[in-house]
Design a protein around this ligand. Structure first.
Ligand code: PMP
Length: 375
């Protein structure tokens, strides 16, 4: 009999993966499926990046690189975030970075604060590290973390606070002063803040404030979303050199190094401005979709306007899991139940607008019609 380690007890195969399997099966059966549960840009990686990677491979970028990443990439990232290259470590995606950070800093039996709704992987990292998650609800505050509410749960037993703005699944962004207040509260309890800023370049109204370079903060980021490169596995961490050291110890046995040719390709497009052009074009499209989706949903559901990322998280006024199941069975539209994103999300679903406008129009029309029929 196969017995998994106790640290995995309670870690469920992700809801999103389950949705994907259901979708694939339905497609094979010839059902007209519209998948609005996807967590990655629907765009392919830009040809310019592919060209650079191909060139890099031919030039011999096929070996290990230094664990911390190639110098050009660390420098290009450091310049953008106003930090030193030594404060940047390149990882195999943001996910590797998050696990490295967790293993380096989450003390066994400690508490880890996660505002909810939030990216489901944080809950898994906490379990793997043998710690306990303390969730802080943000629903009543338009998905903004209220520092007073954070203060109520903070004490010396907290090792880490996970933040993610722009947020998956709500698209919420929080302002500089609130972020600084959060960092101060954490600092008072000797807890580190992990700021997952993977969507920081995908915003619509105001530029999100980055906590990269702040004392007591580990910023995690990457190119999966902003350059539509999810399959390439390039992420990075920005932190004080001393803070980086334990994370590097884990990275050296976990990711070892990010793919060499992909690092070189990203460094090249960051340095010659191509990266910004790619992101801007993509964000322009996402903004049109965001506007369309928000306008279509706001008269039907209670919904907060997303300011970044490519998700919207409406309160569907009934059980979100049942809503998602029934929606799929009667219309073929796939959305993610809110329970995948922590406590208090039972009445919500996540709709991803990383789908073409044509697909989105069809999908949203079906959702609206379905919701109206339920009334
Ligand atoms: N953080 C958040 C909030 C995400 O949504 C995702 C991807 N879904 C990641 C991290 C992981 O990104 P990567 O592909 O770089 O591992």
């Amino acid at each position: 009999m196969v017995v998994e380690a106790r640290r995995l007890a309670g870690v469920s195969a992700s809801t999103i993966r389950r949705m994907l399997e259901i979708t694939e099966r339905a497609k094979r059966e010839g059902k007209d499926v519209i998948n609005l549960s996807v967590g990655e840009p629907d765009f392919h990686t830009d040809g310019a990046v592919v060209e650079r990677a191909y060139r890099a491979m031919k030039e011999g970028y096929t070996h290990y690189t230094p664990s911390t990443g190639i110098a050009e990439l660390r420098e290009a990232i450091a310049e953008r975030y106003g930090v030193e290259a030594e404060e940047v470590m390149v990882t195999a995606g943001a996910s590797e970075a998050l696990l490295d950070v967790s293993l380096a800093y989450i003390e066994e039996s400690s508490k880890v604060v996660v505002p909810t709704p939030n990216f489901l992987s944080y809950f898994t990292y906490v379990k793997i590290c043998g710690a306990r998650t303390v969730q802080v609800p943000t629903h009543r505050d338009g998905f903004q973390l209220d520092p007073d509410r954070l203060n109520e749960v903070m004490d010396r037993g907290v090792s880490l606070v996970f933040l993610n703005y722009p947020n998956n699944p709500t698209g919420a962004v929080i302002d500089k002063n609130t972020l600084k207040a959060v960092v101060e509260i954490a600092e008072d309890c000797n807890a580190l803040v992990v700021s997952d800023e993977i969507y920081d370049q995908i915003y619509y109204d105001t530029k999100p404030y980055s906590l990269a370079g702040h004392e007591n903060v580990i910023a995690v980021n990457g190119f999966s979303k902003r350059l539509a490169m999810t399959g390439w596995r390039i992420g990075f961490v920005i932190a004080d050199k001393d803070v980086l050291e334990p994370i590097l110890k884990v990275h050296q046995v976990n990711g070892v190094c990010a793919p060499a040719f992909a690092q070189k390709a990203v460094a090249d497009v960051l340095m010659d401005g191509t990266a910004d052009r790619i992101t801007q074009n993509m964000v322009k499209e996402f903004k049109e979709r965001r506007d369309f989706v928000y306008k279509s949903l706001k008269d039907v559901f209670d919904v907060v306007k997303p300011e970044g990322a490519f998700y919207v998280f409406p309160d569907v006024g009934t059980d979100g899991t049942e809503f998602a199941d029934n929606l799929f069975n009667s219309t073929g539209v796939v959305v993610t139940p809110g329970t995948a994103f922590g406590e208090g999300n039972e009445r919500y679903v996540r709709i991803s607008y990383a789908a073409s406008m044509d697909v989105l129009k069809k999908g949203v029309e079906r959702i609206v019609r379905f919701a109206e029929e339920q009334e």
